[in-house]
Design a protein around this ligand. Sequence first.
Ligand SMILES: [Mg+2]
Length: 228
Amino acid sequence: MKKYQHLLFDLDDTLLDFGAAEDLALHRLFEEQKIPLTEEVEEKYRQINSSLWTQFEHGEITRDEVITTRFAKLFAAYDQGVDGVLFDTKYRNYLAESKVFVKGAWEIVNELARQFDLYLVTNGVSVTQYKRLQVTGLAPFFKNVFVSEDTGYQKPMKGYFDYVFERIPNFRIEEALIIGDSFSADIVGGIQAGIDTCWFNQHGKAPVENYKPTYEIAELQQLAKILL
Ligand SMILES: [Mg+2]
């Protein structure tokens, strides 16, 4: 008898390699604009972007503020004015076209989808996330996709998880497991929402104090051992 029925997968850096996608998209964007993309600029972009998404996770700014200001902020740091909105639209188009999987992601999802109900739980921009699911061919494995933007909440908010639970047929809290790489969003969110958690800790990061995931894995293939 299987313990779990509903598997909730994070997308970025759990199934799709976001760093690689971001890298590719940034290079294409800067190439197109004929602006040299140095390591320093790239690092600066990552800092700005990640600090904006953290503010978003804390409910301090909106998703629109994140995506419309990140490039304007980046170039302002170099005393250049650019159309941040236009830059971002182009960037997200490139991002959505990327097909770089985390190692073993396709195989494990393909295997698990035969026996479990798979759902995607992802923070991010809806149009980008849906397009990525289409181009990577992952979409058919999932019964439903919950992008934060469509829910009015985001991980780790309890409201986000409530929204998801209400939309899973025959949902039973003890039969749900969330699998994700972000301790603050996926694991803390899952624990606070009362479900079991599997931390995909590929890079050996330290956990957040006072929280303990039900499982911790370094490779996706280890899920087979836990679940099958
Ligand atoms: Mg993630």
